[in-house]
Design a binder for this molecule. Structure first.
Ligand code: UDP
Ligand code: MG
Length: 307
């Protein structure tokens, strides 16, 4: 059985077309399937529309109590899936549902545990594609997995991998990267990409940055180490500079040192800047540690509609 998991946040204008195209694509698979929609606390009519889908072949709707964010929403869907292969995709029709059979085929033919995707001719603004390049490079470095495109949520996972992710109980999660912790055989295939069918993106700069820090802090202590080394090197540099100033002053008199006052300011500002940067990164980690120790649930399901 194939499970399709789709997080939905204010997508009322996209849902009817999505459902039709999904059913068309899934029927060509010629085997049992289920579609698990997660209503991530939508403020528009999405939940009502989703509830009306219940009763159509294999549709279930997980109603969350509020907006938890895309990745937590997907995780809540993962907690109720029944299929042996789980496919995730976006509700705004940026990921063509017609690609699902291809994903499933790639997974079974190569006996893979995770099938990622590379968006061909990506239809997003440069404000999304340029940061995305940086993120992809960073994620490759952090996870050590050579996947090209981490941002595309149209992916397929084996059920075992999904179950392990659900068990992990991590609060700040970036699902495509988390999956690499629990899977060995991974591949990626090219898929199409479309512009958003209706509505606007739910991500603004701050949410994107937040996701990025989730990824960074949950997979690597590298930034903390860089800080340590950088801090050590800077401090050593500062001490040598002070020594140099003392020596120069002895040889050339006070005037020499006095003229350097603005240089000192520059150096001071630089150090202060580095300190704030360091504190900022620490803050990101501490904030997330705080989240983890509070042990709040990643999501709360109000009700699962449809059986
Ligand atoms: N989404 C969600 N909860 C959120 C934000 C987004 O479930 O808080 C869903 C949204 O409905 C869509 C998917 O996540 O199905 C991707 O969101 P969006 O299209 O806004 O992001 P973008 O494509 O711009 O990265
Ligand atoms: Mg989108």
């Amino acid at each position: 059985m194939i499970s399709v998991v789709i997080p939905v946040y204010n997508e009322e204008k996209n849902l009817p077309l999505l459902m039709d195209r999904l059913e068309g694509a899934l029927r060509t698979l010629g085997r049992p399937y289920e579609v698990v929609f997660i209503d991530d606390g939508s403020r528009d009519g999405s939940l009502e529309i989703l509830k009306n889908f219940v009763g159509r072949n294999g549709v279930r709707v997980v109603e969350l109590t509020r907006n938890y964010g895309q990745h937590s929403a997907i995780m809540s869907g993962f907690s109720v899936v029944r299929g042996s292969i789980v496919v995730t995709l976006d509700a705004d029709l940026q990921n063509p549902p017609e690609e699902i059979p291809g994903l499933v085929r790639a997974m079974e033919e190569g006996n893979f545990e995770v099938v990622g995707t590379v968006r061909q001719l990506r239809r997003d603004s440069v404000f999304r594609t340029v940061p995305s390049r940086i993120v992809n490079a960073m994620t490759r470095k952090i996870t050590g997995v050579r996947m090209t495109d981490w941002g595309c949520m149209m992916r397929a996972y084996r059920r075992e991998v999904v179950d392990r992710m659900v068990e992990s109980q991590e609060y700040s999660t970036f699902i495509p990267a988390l999956a690499t912790l629990y899977a060995k055989r991974m591949t990626e295939i090219p898929v199409g990409h479309a512009e958003r069918h209706a509505g606007v993106s739910n991500y603004n700069l701050s949410r994107l940055l937040n996701l990025q820090f989730d990824l960074l802090t949950s997979f690597s202590e590298f930034p903390l180490k860089v800080l340590l080394y950088l801090g050590g090197a800077l401090a050593a540099g500062g001490v040598s500079l002070a020594l140099l100033l003392v020596v120069m002053r002895l040889f050339y008199g006070a005037a020499w040192g006095g003229n350097g006052i603005f240089t000192l300011f520059a150096i001071l500002f630089f150090f202060v800047g580095v300190l704030f940067f360091a504190l900022g990164i620490m803050g990101q980690y501490i904030g997330r540690i705080y989240h983890e120790v509070r042990k709040r649930p990643r999501f709360t399901i109000r009700k699962v509609h449809g059986e």
